[in-house]
Design a protein around this ligand. Structure first.
Ligand SMILES: [Zn+2]
Length: 356
């Protein structure tokens, strides 16, 4: 992970781009400092304490108690799922990336995201002389791409206006489902968002989301999927563990390497390389890299955007229609087109209610 290689550069990011003069104290160098937000940002111990106090009794009623105990934490791993089954809506954005005359609009979205939701978009557009002072990594990147850039030129960066608006819309939708911006801030715990040269469309961990800088746009499905990962990660990945147990799934590590002989199709439960034996029917099916974390992220996204999930599985081009592996089933075993009635929908709905 190149972008995590140098923690001190991340510190530069945070401090330079707080538009309000608040120092976003990222503590000292070292792996932990990526999470070392204080003040408005999360203090890991306080938040864990708060969550334990607030949620454990309630979730204990719904879920088995043991998922909150012991070694439930997964090692932090980056999502590298390639969206084999996702189908981001494609847009065209006539305004391009962020030209100088869009700077005010971009900044308005950025400040709204930060003030209301604690989502900090790392700015990579602006005058070259500003980038040089405030964000040396972006500056060098800009010069690499355009060696003829002078200090007075405007650099459009990797974000497009459309991408910024998509992020804003998704964050609003998610916060609305959680009841308020305040709930969103508590559940997500502060997010730093940047575009970088990564191999997948998006990646996420607690307090951090990356999107590829190679696209001009990405759909709301992609964006929400990554925010769902960050939500899960802020709880030490226990939300996805809860989903796995609630739906009767399990992860069989013995099947994690090599393909099991009995597998006919890697979309069948347990038949992918992760050995995830999922219970019930994931909203858009599974692929080689489907894990409980992906299951959770997809389930959150389908809960908010069920029509996109339905459109995908009903699209004849995907050949999924009529395949029982892709039909949503309610608690009584009946096929349904209402995702909220499926076990996954019920679980995610409960999480949203607890967040309120
Ligand atoms: Zn994912």
């Amino acid at each position: 992970m190149r972008q995590l290689g140098d923690a001190s550069q991340e510190i530069i990011f945070y401090q330079s781009y707080d538009p309000y003069g608040n120092v976003l104290n990222t503590v000292t160098a070292g792996p932990e400092s990526n999470y070392g937000f204080t003040g408005e940002w999360t203090d890991g111990n306080d938040l864990v304490h708060l969550r334990a106090r607030y949620y454990t009794p309630k979730l204990g009623l719904l879920l088995t108690k043991d998922i909150w105990d012991g070694n439930a934490l997964d090692p932090i791993s980056f999502n590298s799922w390639k969206y084999g089954f996702a189908n981001p809506i494609r847009y065209t954005d006539p305004s391009g990336w962020i030209p100088e005359d869009k700077a005010l609009a971009a900044q308005t979205i950025r400040e709204n995201l930060y003030q209301n939701f604690n989502v900090l978009v790392v700015q990579d557009w602006g005058f070259v002389h500003e980038l040089k002072i405030e964000n040396n990594e972006v500056y060098r990147e800009a010069l690499r791409a355009n060696p003829q850039l002078s200090d007075c030129d405007w650099y459009e960066g990797a974000w497009s206006m459309l991408e910024l608006r998509t992020v804003r819309d998704v964050v609003r939708d998610l916060a609305s489902e959680m009841g308020s911006p305040d709930s969103f801030r508590k559940e997500l715990g502060g997010i730093v968002l940047s575009q970088e040269d990564i191999r997948s469309v998006g990646q996420a961990k607690a307090h951090r989301i990356w999107f590829t800088n190679k696209s001009r746009s990405f759909g709301r499905w992609t964006v929400l999927h990554e925010f769902a990962h960050a939500w899960d990660a802020n709880y030490g990945w226990r939300l996805s563990l809860g989903l796995e147990e609630f739906t009767g799934g399990h992860t069989d590590s013995l099947r994690g390497s090599g393909s099991p002989l009995s597998c006919q199709d890697n979309r069948d439960p347990g038949c992918n390389k992760t050995g995830y034996v999922y219970g019930g029917v994931p909203p858009k099916g599974a692929d080689q890299n489907f894990t409980r974390k992906e299951d959770f992220a997809e389930s959150v996204t389908a809960f908010l955007y069920p029509s996109e999930a339905l459109a995908f599985i009903n699209d004849p081009n995907h050949g999924l229609a009529g395949d029982p592996r892709f039909e949503w089933v309610d608690a009584n075993g009946n096929v349904t087109s209402d995702f909220s009635l499926t076990p996954r929908g019920i679980f995610i709905g409960t999480l949203f209610n607890l967040a309120k």
